[in-house]
Every structure is written in structure tokens, then in C-alpha cells.
Design a protein around this ligand. Structure first.
Ligand code: EPU
Length: 417
């Protein structure tokens, strides 16, 4: 397993580019299989999760190759409708292929995704919605077998605005005759990006980004070109890195409109944040103020994905901060590692209380999951001395070469295999 070695106490100063969004590109890559032609995906981030999605595409019979920053996907010769167990185990989010495979083949077989580091993550909402769209679903031998008996549009109400379920319904319904609606749909910017891409392919989707999405079925989708939105979670992670180090950072291509809840918290901590010629700039305060209580919520609320990096930053605030994790039940695993570095954090179920300011010291720690690993990098920048972070393959799932980004801004960081 690879690890990062980070020397604390250096200021992060400089300018970086916003990478393309992981959670936008994954469903968009799934959508490409619904077209006969060639799709050009620009600003596609080079991530482990993207590599694994490319494996899934190839396994289904697609051609997928990077040409510079553009990923070309040609699904003309697609033949398979099965995602094998080994690929599904490597990447749980392959579940978003389900809707697209059913749309293309009228059937799909996919290994049961199971839980992951951050929680049980059931898929009941996905399956119930697909059944409403006329898909017959059976489970056996760890596989989900789906056969579309008839194409029926549906009015679907989600009990919870699940991102993945909203995406799967959009994918499955855009080639279903008639009008399908999703109420209490997820409103994340990544949903908007998927809607934009599908419409470029010829779909008729309205309302993506609101809690009611309307999908009018079409008979055919075509290959399309699309530029992926910037990754709001990665941008916010680097803003947290800058603040943890007391530095100044500019991010080219970030979209502050998608980052409202996160920027508001950083401003409450005392950061000065402004836009300057398409760059998002952050100036760190001398002292960080505590942030009161943060509750993770579906968009436009505070995102669960930034909870752990911001908790690392909260260790540097004067006073206490409270984090309530409402989305995933197992997303505090980074706290033990932060405590090893000298943080004062107590957790009870879904609540974590952080008492600051702690003088963090470098230690040997291990990334418990993707965002937990990013949190340890934030803490390492604030710590005195050397921090070694093991298991950084988790970090590689969502952050494009984090060591290059940080070292381009004056941080001493090395990757060791
Ligand atoms: N849920 C159910 N039943 C379902 C679906 C979801 O109970 O059928 C529950 C989940 O267990 C969870 C909550 O609903 O407790 C939210 O899940 P959601 O479906 O919204 O999340 P997701 O689609 O599985 C995406 C992102 C996550 C991000 C969440 C929430 C992708 C590939 N993943 O997951 O990203 O945390 O939305 O915003 O888009 C990450 O990038 O680190 C990451 C985990």
C-alpha cells in the first residue's frame, strides 16, 4: 500500500486547477453506454474510481481511452449486460450502471454491491423505483437479476433524496416511453451535470437540480461531447488545507455557486474568500474561530463528503465545534487517527465534539476511507513534524495526484510505495 509522508508547518501558497468532479463523471460514464456513437468527456479526472469505471465499460464491450484530458467512450460494440462480482466489489458506485444497462438491453445482471467503509448503503430505493418502471427484479447467489417486462413511465416519490437512486431513475427512464417524474429528487450539482449530458445525448429531462425532475422518454440517444463540472468537494478540501497551514490559495475553475454551505463554514471560521478573474481565492485568518454545530444534509445542505476534512480543520479552531453526521452511519473513522495526532474529539453515535485548539503532532496514521484520508492530509499540514499516512489508495479514488497539487504550493510531501 502506498503512503504519503508530509512535513507539517509549511504554508500552502499558490494556485491550482480545479479537477473534474468524480461524482459527476461516474454516472455520466454509465450514461455513455446508452448511445451507439462516440462520447467525448472533457475535464475527466484521472482517478482510481474512473479507472475502475473504465474497466466496467470495457467489460461490457465498450472502447474507452484517454486522449489528454479527454476520455473517449464508444459503446457501438457493447455486448454485455453483466457486471461481475470482482468489479462490483472494487467499486460499489458501479450500481449506477444498473439503470443504463436496463435502458440499453432491457435486462441487467449485477452483483449485489454490499456495504463499504462508510456504511451499509442499501439500494432499496433504486430497486423499488426500477420496479415501478416495469423492471422485474430477483436476487439469487449474490446477484441482482433485472428484466424489463414492459416499459411503463411512473411517478416516483423518493422517501429520501438519494443521489444514486435519482441518477439510476434518470438513466432508466430517459428511454422509457411516456413521462416519468421523480419527486423529492436529489438536487446535487452532479445531478444537474448528468441531466445536461443526457440532454446533449438527445434525452428530454427537465428540472434537474430541483426536487421534481420530469423525464420524457425518447427512442434513441446519440454520442455527445461534454465537459465535467469542477469537483466542489476537492476544491473545498484544498481550501481546508490552505487554512490548516495558514496560507493563501487560488483555485482556477472552481465554481463557488455549488459550494455555498462549505464556503459559509470557512467564512465563519474567519477565512476571507472571494472570486477574482475566474479564480476562487482564500486568505487564512491568524486565528480560526469555532464553527458551532455542523449537520450534514443533502444538497444544498452541508455535504457529508467534506465533514471529515473540515473536522480536521476544526481541531485548529479556538473552542468547541460539533459535527452531526446525518447521511452515513460510519463516517467518523478518521477521528481515531486525528486523536493519535493530538486532537481532542469525542464521538457518540452520529455526533462528534471537537475541542480546539489542539497542538497536533505528526504521527503514523492510516486513511480509513477516501475523505477520511483527505482529512488526515489537512491535519498533517497543521501538525508539527512528520506525518505518514498509510492506505492512500483510498485518497487516489477521488483526488488527482494530491502530492503534486500540494507540493506545487510549497508543501513538502512525498509518496512512498
Ligand atoms: N440510501 C438508502 N437506500 C437507497 C439509497 C440510499 O437507504 O436505496 C441511504 C444511504 O445508505 C445513505 C443515504 O441514503 O445513508 C444517502 O445515500 P445516496 O444514495 O444519496 O448516496 P450515494 O448515491 O450512494 C453519492 C456519492 C457519495 C456521497 C453521497 C451523498 C457518488 C458516486 N457517491 O453516494 O460520495 O457521499 O452521494 O452526497 O456519487 C464520496 O465521494 O466520498 C462519496 C461517498
Amino acid at each position: 500500500m502506498s503512503r504519503f509522508i508530509i512535513e507539517g508547518g509549511r504554508k500552502m501558497e499558490g494556485e491550482i486547477n480545479a479537477q473534474g468532479s468524480k461524482n459527476a463523471v461516474l454516472p455520466i460514464l454509465a450514461a455513455t453506454i446508452m448511445s451507439d456513437g462516440k462520447n467525448m468527456i472533457y475535464n475527466c479526472p484521472r482517478l482510481r474510481d474512473v479507472d475502475m469505471t473504465i474497466e466496467v465499460l470495457k467489460n461490457l464491450g465498450c472502447r474507452a481511452d484517454f486522449d489528454g484530458g479527454c476520455l473517449e467512450v464508444d459503446a457501438s460494440d457493447i455486448s454485455g449486460y453483466t457486471i461481475p462480482d470482482e468489479l462490483m466489489r472494487q467499486m460499489r458506485s458501479s450500481i449506477i450502471f444498473l439503470g443504463a444497462i436496463i435502458a440499453r438491453f432491457g435486462r441487467a445482471e449485477i452483483s449485489m454491491p454490499g456495504g463499504c467503509e462508510i456504511g451499509i448503503r442499501p439500494i432499496d430505493l433504486h430497486l423499488a423505483a426500477l420496479e415501478k418502471l416495469g423492471v422485474d427484479i430477483t436476487e439469487s447467489h449474490g446477484f441482482i437479476h433485472c428484466v424489463r417486462k414492459k416499459q411503463i413511465p411512473a411517478d416516483i416519490h423518493l422517501d429520501f433524496p438519494s443521489v444514486g437512486a435519482t441518477e439510476n431513475i434518470m438513466l432508466a427512464a430517459c428511454m422509457t416511453d411516456g413521462i416519468t417524474t421523480i419527486d423529492n429528487a436529489a438536487r446535487e450539482p452532479e445531478i444537474v451535470d448528468l441531466g445536461r449530458f443526457l440532454n446533449r445525448m438527445g434525452a428530454k429531462i427537465k428540472g434537474a437540480g430541483t426536487d421534481r425532475i420530469t423525464i420524457s422518454g425518447v427512442h434513441k440517444l446519440y454520442g455527445a461531447a461534454h465537459t465535467i463540472i469542477p469537483d466542489r468537494i476537492v476544491c473545498a478540501t484544498y481550501l481546508a488545507c490552505a487554512m490548516a497551514s495558514g496560507g493563501t490559495l487560488a483555485i482556477k475553475g472552481a465554481n463557488p455557486k455549488d459550494m455555498g454551505a462549505m464556503l459559509s463554514v470557512l467564512r465563519n471560521m474567519g477565512a476571507e474568500i472571494y472570486e477574482d478573474r475566474k479564480k476562487l481565492v482564500i486568505l487564512s485568518p491568524k486565528k480560526l474561530k469555532s464553527i458551532g454545530t455542523i449537520k450534514t444534509m443533502p444538497y444544498p445542505g452541508f455535504p457529508t463528503d467534506i465533514q471529515s476534512p473540515f473536522m480536521a480543520l476544526a481541531t485548529q479552531c479556538d473552542g468547541s465545534s460539533v459535527f452531526v453526521e446525518n447521511i452515513f452511519e460510519n463516517r467518523f473513522r478518521h477521528t481515531e487517527e486525528l486523536v493519535r495526532m493530538g486532537a481532542d474529539i469525542k464521538t457518540d453515535g452520529r455526533v462528534a465534539v471537537v475541542i480546539g485548539k489542539s497542538a497536533l503532532t505528526g504521527a503514523r496514521v492510516a486513511a480509513p476511507d477516501l475523505r477520511g484520508g483527505a482529512a488526515l492530509a489537512v491535519a498533517a499540514l497543521a501538525a508539527e513534524g512528520r506525518t505518514e499516512i498509510d492506505n492512500i489508495t483510498y485518497v487516489d479514488r477521488g483526488y488527482e495526484a494530491m502530492e503534486n497539487v500540494l507540493s506545487s504550493c510549497g508543501i513538502e510531501i512525498k509518496r512512498r510505495e
